[in-house]
Design a protein around this ligand. Structure first.
Ligand SMILES: [Zn+2]
Ligand SMILES: [Zn+2]
Length: 265
């Protein structure tokens, strides 16, 4: 891997709940998880079920960044093999006021009776830390802004080797936050954007905390971002449906995230 390699691998881009079926093979049924490789660093964006089959060996300690604590973004943590390997260190950052509350924040899911043991008791060296932005991971700078989602959600911007990637999932547009988002995404090489709903579905899903691909297109145009990847596909959306919506966008720089694809920045 060259020193300036900067890639994003889609490990899971389904929203809300994991699904499995013949109509959801191309875009995939695993929930939110993306692996960013930046030189020798590895950063996971969210820990959805896509994390379960993720690579486990890296030159440096990998980092998992959680945007928020909704179940679909935590589903894979409990079964990610690296966390059970003695002597292997993984840093897990999540939005919390301090270390103590970061540890407690996972209790709703990863503690008995919901799960056999707390992540901090796994055999691997799992460091659970409160997210403090900006965060430096080797040569990678991680910045954030507050999105708009029930219970809040962080939008990330990762900068490395003169390039930038923006991850905006679980986000519902409001005019005030959208202007901030346009500035935050300015000139990005790649923007991941929550396009869970069609404009028609959006009419009956106001307040659910999600957006449309059309809003993503506007974000790309106004921010001058180079490429757009639509993420957080609705559990009910089939491959056929998503392909149709993708073609309706009519733009070669905008596509819907497919599980397994690797995008070079
Ligand atoms: Zn979600
Ligand atoms: Zn959410």
């Amino acid at each position: 891997m060259s020193e300036t390699t900067f890639t994003l691998t889609v490990l899971g881009s389904r929203g809300s709940m994991a699904v499995c079926g013949q109509e959801q093979t191309l875009f995939g049924g695993d929930t939110s998880c993306y692996l960013v490789r930046a030189g020798e660093e590895a950063l996971f964006l969210d820990g959805g079920s896509g994390l379960i089959g993720a690579p486990t060996d890296f030159p440096h300690t990998p980092v998992i960044l959680l945007t928020h604590l909704h179940l679909d973004h935590l589903l894979g943590l409990g079964m990610y093999p690296r966390l059970s390997r003695r002597g292997q260190k993984t840093r897990l950052f999540l939005p919390a006021a301090d270390r103590e509350s970061a540890l407690r924040a996972l209790d709703g899911v990863y503690t008995p009776p919901y799960w056999p043991l707390h992540l901090s008791n796994y055999a691997g060296d799992v460091q659970i830390e409160p997210l403090r932005l900006p965060l430096q991971v080797g040569p990678v700078t991680v910045e954030g802004m507050r999105g708009n989602h029930p219970g809040e959600c962080v939008v990330f911007r990762l900068r490395y080797a003169g390039k930038a990637l923006v991850y905006c999932t679980d986000y519902e547009r409001t005019e005030a936050s959208f202007s901030s988002l346009v500035s935050f995404a300015e000139g990005a090489d790649l923007v991941l954007y929550d396009g869970q709903y069609t404009p028609e579905q959006m009419k009956t899903h106001a307040g659910f905390g999600h957006s449309t691909a059309e809003d993503g297109m506007e974000l790309m145009a106004r921010s001058g971002a180079k490429r757009l990847l639509i993420v957080h596909h609705d559990p009910g959306s089939t491959d056929e449906e998503l392909l149709r919506r993708e073609s309706q966008l009519g733009c070669s720089n905008a596509r819907y995230a497919r599980v397994g694809e690797v995008i070079e920045l």
